[in-house]
Write a protein that binds this ligand. Structure first.
Ligand code: BGC
Length: 379
């Protein structure tokens, strides 16, 4: 079991982390090599570099992580520089070099693959810069801390969502035919999501309740390619499918576009993840059966609190925040972690996501969805 040491859930869904910057002190802070830019609007403190992995794999990175990290880091009095590598590992390295040269105290990285993450961490640490793996763990890397969700549990929620969806939409169909459209093979999270899903689905396949048509990882989580791949599998199976595991809302959207073409949308449960506005709308419409709500504000806050402690060189405070642990299966080491909890969102739970302030009702309750929103009390 790869992630048996996904150990500690540090906070509950949608709530502030039960953590404080206790014990923080600035005794070992040291001075910043090139701290010339003290922009008052940005907190004016130590520089922290953030590199996000892509824009095309999910609406989350630019839509949620970027603004939430910016806000959280500034609230800690830090000066963030947040960039996106657009899925380009070369660009990732170049951005990291620029930040290292600019004198960041801490680097927060969510990488397109572990190799570039490991290389960047090594380089940064050689300059005395602390590194936090954000959302995605870099296998074989050396980052100091990891902040994410319990990603195997996220996969389990997707598996449970599919089971619920098949009960609702394909009751009595045996075996129910399932297609799995998975995340990038280069993203450790995709492996964890898959492992979690299989905890729920494997017994169903083995019992003959469900039949796996095909399981296909999608390089770079490329949503468009996900749609093309799904259509090939669907037509190869005589246009028959009863349920679809789509590893995130972006892939789910691509799957739904194909299902529409064959008149199957709304009849086939499709899973998702990220509670993006588009994903939530598809859930309200009944085209997508579920999504997973990962409160990215809590993830951003946890990363910012860790960064604040590390910018002061206060590893004791950082350790007090990162009480969990995740096993790097390649590097064979335990990485100190903050792991947050996610929540399964079906149509009746979309309100939870709005009430948590994650998305606004005005973002999703438009056009054809106003009636559904009223009915569900979403405002
Ligand atoms: C993240 C997901 C996201 C996916 C594609 C994963 O590592 O955990 O939230 O949907 O990458 O960007």
């Amino acid at each position: 079991m790869r992630s048996k040491s996904l150990a500690l859930i540090a906070a509950s869904t949608g709530l502030a982390l039960a953590m404080t910057a206790c014990g923080a002190n600035s005794s070992s802070g040291g001075s910043s090599p090139s701290d010339t830019n003290t922009n008052s609007a940005s907190g004016g403190g130590e520089k922290v570099g953030v590199i996000l992995p892509e824009t095309k794999s999910s609406a989350r990175w630019e839509g949620f992580d970027k603004p939430l990290l910016e806000k959280a880091l500034k609230a800690e009095g830090l000066e963030p520089d947040i960039q996106n590598a657009q899925g380009d590992v070369q660009k990732f390295s170049t951005l990291a070099d620029g930040m290292i040269n600019a004198g960041v105290k801490v680097l927060i990285i969510a990488t397109p693959n572990s190799e570039v993450g490991a290389a960047v961490a090594k380089k940064a640490q050689a300059q005395g810069i602390a590194v936090i793996d954000y959302d995605r763990l870099n296998l074989g890397g050396s980052s100091d801390y990891y902040v994410s969700f319990d990603n195997e549990k996220v996969g389990e929620l997707q598996g449970q969502g599919l089971v619920q969806g098949l009960e609702a939409l394909a009751a009595g169909k045996k075996p129910a035919e399932v297609i799995e459209i998975e995340g990038a093979p280069t993203d450790n999270n995709a492996t964890l999501f898959y492992n979690g899903q299989q905890k729920v689905l494997k017994p169903k396949y083995e019992a003959g309740d469900y039949k796996l048509v095909q399981s296909q990882p999608i390089p770079d989580w490329d949503n468009q390619q996900g749609g093309v791949t799904f259509e090939q599998i669907l037509t190869g199976n005589g246009q028959k499918v009863d349920g679809v595991v789509a590893a995130n809302d972006g892939l789910a959207g691509a799957v739904i576009t194909v299902l529409k073409k064959y008149g199957l949308n709304g009849k086939v449960p499709v899973t998702g993840q990220d509670a993006t506005p588009e994903g939530l709308q598809a859930v309200l419409r009944g085209d997508q059966f579920m999504t997973v709500f990962k409160p990215i504000d809590a993830e951003a806050n946890a990363a910012a609190k860790l960064a604040a402690a590390l910018a002061k060189g206060d590893t004791a405070a950082a350790d007090a925040l990162a009480k969990g642990s995740v096993q790097d299966t390649k590097g064979n080491r335990a990485v100190k972690s903050v792991l947050l909890e996610a929540q399964l969102i079906t149509k009746d739970k979309v309100k939870t996501v709005v009430d948590a302030g994650f998305v606004k009702a005005s973002e999703i309750c438009v056009a054809d969805l106003t009636a559904a929103c009223t009915e569900l009390g979403i405002k």
